[in-house]
Design a protein around this ligand. Structure first.
Ligand SMILES: [Ca+2]
Length: 202
């Protein structure tokens, strides 16, 4: 399921580049935790807003760069086992490089599967949960999975309805901006989050 789903998702989203205005995010220069409230009714398709779509509509997100891991918690208007499935796209930037991860869920696999892009050394302790009852997605990445960095910037975009044969429809909500961004050029990232207990202050 996952490979074909992922391939179709990639094909469906390859052409998406629309960028709406970015919400300015204020934060201290050094932080370990970042929280953001995302607007409701801002799920967006390639041809415009879909305010009536509740599934995958992010309402809030919290990122933490803890001593041993980087954690993410996102809350949604609705997180449902419906349609072709859903995809949580997580982007992590570090002083050295960047990392991309997917959690893909759909018919036959609603619990979801964690898919790291590229080198997945150090990702063995990754934990995640798609809680459809509480409409919450959580992810915990071991710091080693992102190269044990001094700081991280984190972004999340949730994609739904991406694999409907014959009527391809891609719906996206970026956790940190109204509307829509999906690829690494357009996704919105948090401020730098320094490691908890570390001395880095930049
Ligand atoms: Ca939203």
């Amino acid at each position: 399921m996952t490979t074909s789903l992922l391939r179709r998702a990639a094909a469906a989203t390859a052409g998406l580049a629309a960028v709406l205005s970015t919400v300015a995010v204020a934060a201290p220069a050094s932080a370990e935790v970042f929280g953001h409230t995302d607007p409701a009714r801002d799920v967006t398709a390639i041809d415009g807003p879909r305010p009536g779509v509740t599934n995958g509509d992010i309402r809030g997100v919290r990122f933490e760069h803890a001593r041993r891991n980087v954690t993410l918690r996102a809350t949604f208007r609705d997180l449902a086992r419906e349609g072709a499935g859903l995809q949580q796209y997580v982007f992590v930037e570090t002083p050295v490089t960047s990392y991309q991860f997917l959690v893909v869920a759909g018919p036959g696999g609603w619990r979801g599967e964690f898919i790291p892009f590229g080198d997945d050394a150090g990702c063995g302790g990754t934990e995640f949960k798609l809680d459809y009852g509480r409409d919450v997605f959580t992810l915990s990445l071991p710091r080693g999975c992102v190269g044990n960095p001094q700081w991280v910037k984190v972004g999340l975009a949730t994609v739904t309805g991406f694999a409907q044969e014959g009527s391809e429809q891609v719906l996206v909500d970026d956790a940190l901006q109204r509307g829509f961004a999906f690829n690494q050029e357009t996704i919105t990232l948090s401020p730098r989050l320094s490691r908890a207990g570390g001395s880095y202050t930049g």
